[in-house]
Design a protein around this ligand. Sequence first.
Ligand code: TXA
Ligand code: MG
Length: 337
Amino acid sequence: MFDTKLLAASSEAIEEAASLIRSGNVVGMPTETVYGLAANALDEDAVRRIFAAKGRPADNPLIVHISELEMIKPLVTDIPELALKCAEEFWPGPLTMILPKSGLIPLVTSGGLDTVGIRMPSNKTARALIDASGVPLAAPSANLSGSPSPTKAEHVYKDMAGRIPCILDDGQCAVGVESTVVTFEKDSVRILRPGFISAEDLKAVCDNVIIDKGVVEAVANDAVVASPGMKYKHYAPKADVTIIDSSAEDFKSYCSALSDDSVLMVFDKKEAEGTGHDCIVYGADSTEQAQKLFDVLRQLDESGVKKAYARCPEKSGVGLAVYNRLLRAAGFQVIKL
Ligand code: TXA
Ligand code: MG
């Protein structure tokens, strides 16, 4: 058990966290997407501590975070031309590229796979922590396995108090949903997990952007999937969430007819007016919804809500990332009106 410290991300605090990382510990690290649980990606024991703190299945690989392009070379055996273009266009930023791993990356880090996900975050604290640690940092989202990803240091504290020695607090994450995860095929980029860097954005570097079908479809538990994370039930709030795919008008009449005490997740509180239900606003547009979604899911849990109906996000641009997360939170329950 640790007496977990929540430290404002000053340069002294970053140095303290880096020294914990150098001695094989796990620390809570802010990034522009969500908070991560960071440890030395090259140290098997340190990486095992990440899996233990999260309660994460051992076959679900971790993303390795770097602070400059030079750091990638010893970690992979090949960087396709398209990957270099993506790095140039989108790094530092919320894009993770799956590449063939070198022997330097332990199998514990890659979940037994021969590939590794690499990303260069843009958050200044994350970059300073990588620099000060002097090693690439493996970091999954800093939630307990199965809980919504943390977008505030308090969320990390709630899930990780006692499990890790320290959390760097850098306020609310700017993006709010995890990075876009891509693989490269001959002339195409395949999105395994949508994020702030959208399919439309990726078209700037590649004509052929494929959205993997796991992005919007449920994957059977025994299925072989490109990204192991796709098969696990994610972001599961305690409330039973249903997505209503409809116009605002139809949403309102559907919810008005519900006789239970369910809560409505809406873009604007007007959409719940007169329905007889309480509501929680999760953002007027896709960017705001991405920022707020996980916090709203945590609020639902804290207020003990049993049933929630959510307006359906856009299914393009950043909206696809919001839809992908909400679908999982809803256990794929969608009512189309
Ligand atoms: O924004 C983010 O990516 C955050 C911050 C902390 O950087 N990290 C994050 O990590 O979301 P995690 O572990 O919660 O999600 C990583 C996802 C999982 O779905 C995992 O299966 C997939 O990326 N992944 C990682 N390495 C992979 C690999 N070698 N091949 C396929 N999928 C991989
Ligand atoms: Mg995660």
